[in-house]
Design a protein around this ligand. Structure first.
Ligand code: PHE
Length: 483
């Protein structure tokens, strides 16, 4: 299996790396979970799905479905001590089950691979806005207008026009997507402790500081009460609304990095002394808190500017910049905001690249750097289709009888296919595998819980998770079934 004759390479390629501490594991996993999903997708989904009902259902999904699956994934990894696919095989074999169960990791890894193709494009837009606000910040400092709003002298249309002008610039989009992939590849190539862990243990605390700072500032200067009302107002008739529930569960999977082979991979680097149930609870709570705090950072600013938050994905890149324009010290806050989003996106993209990289290292025995670079370049190339779909390719038809790239909307389609099908499918297989197939002695020795909590976990993973996730999958594949 190992290419090349150097036994040192073979040994280092197959011996499993480990985090240097529990803190490092938790930071890396939280770093993977906290990302564009919390900052770009969650507020937009909450806005589009009417606020309160979505938020409440989302929290239920995280606690009752996300957390049990998260524990199952980290458990498979820690027991298997290998890449996600190999780890699933180890647990299956020791349980006397077929190797075919490694499909749960395959599907997830495919999901991670394709998510990164568009994730990096969107992260490129974040870099662009760091530039836009950075330039404006320098101008504001020079002009002595730092404590006024951002973009002095520009109309709201001009501020919102930054996004379409970026979309119209294929070269810029490719450069930013490439720069972001380049940074991601560099960190993954440096390894588990020297790259991934180092990045997470610095970037995540910096991220939290920025998030809390911006939220507190927004609470004093923005429409905080209105934001609270929007996010938590309980509206029972929307709670049991099919599309809202579907979006909430899909969002929970995406945000917790579930069903993407990632938590199996990161779990495989965890030491035997780490309590997986405890770590999973911290990861899920941190991720959910960040999503909610992000809402509490974003909505007050948007409401204070008198704008409408229900605008989906453009919320972060158009509505929010226009809102910063109306905010005191808007260019500074806008700049810090996008730096914060960049930190979050980077620790997630690292995770997205690590899941397939770890598999390929074990499979082909090639060095980590070479593997990360090769996979990163393939992902970069596929991502170009998403980036160019907005401009040079927009009128091109990939096949004569197909729609054009603009109509195919590659970025949104990959987002939908991965988020609504691949991740839930991998999660479903994981729940069935751990709930019904895997040897209980093995799983119970790994999970770190006992007594009543253990029984609850067993019930959720064997019954609630498979049923709820199957429902979501069916609805995701046949959206026509719900109104
Ligand atoms: N959870 C990340 C986010 O919220 C995205 C992600 C998904 C990362 C799957 C790794 C694996 O942005």
């Amino acid at each position: 299996m190992v290419a090349g004759g150097d036994p040192g390479v073979a040994a280092s390629a197959t011996a499993q790396d480990h985090w240097s501490s529990r803190f490092a594991f938790v930071m890396a996993a939280v770093g993977s979970a906290v990302g564009l999903g919390n900052l770009w997708r969650f507020p937009a989904e909450a806005g589009a799905n009417g606020g309160g009902a979505f938020v409440i259902f989302y929290i239920l999904c995280v606690v009752l479905i996300g957390l049990p699956i998260l524990l199952s994934e980290t458990l498979i990894g820690r027991h298997g001590q290998s890449s996600a696919v190999e780890s699933a095989k180890v647990v299956a074999r020791e349980s006397g089950a077929s190797d075919g169960w490694s499909a749960l990791a395959w599907v997830g890894m495919l999901g991670a691979f394709f998510i990164l193709t568009f994730y990096s494009v969107v992260a490129g837009w974040v870099l662009y806005y760091i530039g836009v606000f950075g330039t404006d910040l320098i101008a504001a400092i020079g002009g002595g207008t730092l404590f006024e709003g951002a973009f002095a002298g520009q109309s709201v249309e001009q501020v919102q026009g930054h996004l379409p002008s970026l979309f119209a610039d294929p070269l810029m989009m490719i450069l930013l997507h490439g720069a972001f992939m380049g940074i991601t590849i560099y960190i993954v190539a440096r390894g588990v402790t020297g790259g991934i862990e180092l990045a997470a243990t610095w970037l995540m605390p910096a991220f939290f500081l920025l998030l809390v700072g911006i939220t507190v500032y927004g609470a004093f200067t923005g429409a905080f009460g209105q934001a609270l009302e929007f996010m938590f107002a309980f509206n029972p008739e929307r709670l049991l609304h099919g599309p809202v529930m579907l979006s909430a569960l899909g969002q929970a999977f995406f945000s917790l990095s579930l069903g993407s082979a990632l938590m199996i991979t990161y779990g495989s680097y965890a030491s035997r002394s780490t309590n997986l149930a405890g770590a999973s609870t911290i990861i899920a709570s941190a991720d959910t808190s960040v999503a909610i705090i992000a809402g509490l950072a974003i909505f007050p600013i948007v409401f204070a500017a008198g704008l409408d938050p229900a605008l989906g994905p453009t919320l972060m890149f158009q509505t929010l910049p226009a809102s910063f324009q109306a905010m005191p010290a808007g260019s500074l806050i806008g700049f810090l905001f996008f730096v914060m989003v960049f930190f979050a996106a980077l620790t997630s993209s690292i995770a997205l690249l690590e899941a397939p990289t770890s598999w390929a290292i074990h499979k082909f025995g090639a060095g980590r750097s070479r593997t990360a670079i090769t996979l990163g370049l393939i992902i970069f190339s596929i991502g170009m289709l998403s980036a160019l779909g907005y401009n040079v390719l927009s009128h091109v038809r990939p096949l004569a009888f197909w729609p054009t790239f603009a109509e195919l909307d590659i970025l949104d389609s990959i987002d939908a296919i991965t988020g609504k099908i691949l991740l839930p499918l991998s999660g479903l297989l994981t729940a069935i595998f751990i709930g019904w197939i895997a040897d209980r002695k093995l799983t119970d020795a790994e999970n770190g819980i006992s007594g009543g909590l253990h029984l609850i976990w067993r019930f959720l993973i064997a019954w609630l998770c498979p049923i709820a996730v199957s429902l979501i999958l069916i609805l995701g594949i046949f959206p026509g079934l719900i109104g």
